[in-house]
Design a protein around this ligand. Structure first.
Ligand code: CO
Length: 213
């Protein structure tokens, strides 16, 4: 017996509503996926990738983890990036963080939550790297917001430094890496003015994203 019957009911309703708009939708989708975008975002339930950008199944390839971290030894994330670039031929990689990220807050405060502390250690590294900039912000809420932004900036850098992305640029494949942040309070995305299309842009774009204005 299914304990979560209501979710199956919601699923049937959802599939029916899609078919009401386009009776062939699922049949066409079953034949291939050709997304143009890879989304790397936080697992937070308030930040659902497809809905935020209004894209349908088949249009967005997604990797999510707590605090949208890209770690150079994380085979899960790296395999997703490699598959997206080499097999799906996506043109854009979007790292999307969000304000109010509780993973980022735990890293900011040095909270102990369990096993996850080891994962969030990567965000603590971001905090330490930009300690001077963060200390200068006296309001804790604003400091939290800024660490959410800095974390996106650093994860964009990590994406750009992966062998997979470096090799694709070397081959002449067009890949653009973006850094965005989402605000749960208003449902809107903000561009962090990071948009990298080739290796020689990395350094200058990084500096201008770190010190805007
Ligand atoms: Co989060």
């Amino acid at each position: 017996m299914r304990a979560l019957n209501y979710l199956f009911k919601k699923n049937r309703n959802w599939a029916e509503s899609i078919k009401a708009d386009d009776p062939e939708f699922f049949r066409k989708l079953s034949q291939q996926q050709s997304p143009s975008y890879l989304w790397i975002g936080c697992s937070d339930s308030r930040v659902p990738a497809n809905q935020i950008v209004g894209l349908l199944p088949g249009e967005l390839f997604v990797h999510r983890n707590v605090a949208n971290v890209v770690v150079h030894t994380d085979l899960n994330c790296l395999s997703t990036v490699q598959f997206a670039i080499d097999v799906l031929k996506v043109k854009h990689i979007i790292v999307c963080g969000h304000y109010g990220c509780t993973g980022v807050r735990a890293a900011l405060r040095g909270e102990r939550l369990g096993l996850i502390d080891n994962w969030l250690r990567h965000v603590q590294d971001v905090r330490l790297k930009h300690e001077a900039q963060l200390i200068a912000i006296s309001n804790e809420e604003q400091r939290w917001d800024r660490l959410c932004e800095l974390n996106v900036i650093e994860q964009v850098m990590n994406v750009c430094q992966t062998t997979v992305v470096q090799d694709s640029w070397e081959r002449g494949q067009e890949i653009t890496v973006h850094g965005w942040i989402y605000k749960v309070q208003d449902g809107l995305l903000r561009d962090l003015n990071i948009c990298i299309t080739k290796p020689k842009e990395i350094s200058i774009v990084y500096q201008s994203a770190l010190y805007p204005g």
